[in-house]
Design a protein around this ligand. Sequence first.
Ligand SMILES: [Fe+2]
Length: 308
Amino acid sequence: MDIRGIGYIGFETPHVDAWRDYGPNILGMGIGENPEGDKDSLYLRMDDRRHRIALHPGKIDRVAYMGWEAVGRLAYLAAIEKLKADGFAVEIGDVDLCEIRGVREVARFKDPIGFQHEIFYGQKFHPLSFVPGRAHTGFAMDERGFGHVVLMSPKFDQEVEDFFLKTMGMKWYGWGAGKGKTGFFRAKLNDKTSHDIGIGHAPGRMGIQHIGIFVNNIRDVGETYDLVKKEKLQMLMTLGQHSQDPHLSFYHFSPSGFAVETIAEHEPWPGDAFELNPQKLSIWGHELVGPILGPSVKTPEELLGLDD
Ligand SMILES: [Fe+2]
């Protein structure tokens, strides 16, 4: 599929009001206008797109959908054909859904684990319209999308791998450095970051473990770090630098119980000539000071029990 990455992501949460303060004041995101037909959700902006993150009121914290961005209409149509050919049920979004997402067209489908995905093209934007929620140099979004996600999955078998590699047409990036089985995948046209999605095998568990968002300047990582400490938010890992990516980052928990990795690149991701096998997760820092799996990782029954 001719996709570059996750253009937008949606969550369900009982904590929309907490995000209304946390999104702009801790993360530095802007608050977007609600579309007609969805007045209760919170739309967070990270650049000139209409929104990048949506928080929808819900009973539990869970990722509601990941919106993969096709490069255009023809890529979108080809992606739908591919999904259907590989036996996936595809639900074409109606006019109302397109309006709510702010896109030309959108279609919905589920992966073999049960996570909801969408594919879209043509999200609305307005040049130079992004205003951060606090002093902030902005988010690195161009040609890559909103950032990355790491999901915990009760299974990690051939079917799961085939979905990402063969149906979605992603590239295999490699295994994580940790003891667990976490595989990382990169959208076919993403040449800016090492991965868009990670799947961690966690028998009996399911949910989102963290999102990674890229800020434009190391200053933004430092200021977010200071704010997280000042507000006494739960940290997951302190400042540090991963072995696999030329990044400075730290992890803390959002009001939805998944972690947010705030990332600045001190040099562009070089594209690896070979699959890496790091001896350690990080070169320095990234001291583990919180639970690896937050409350957003639940049982599959809890997570999927609310579905129709
Ligand atoms: Fe990450």
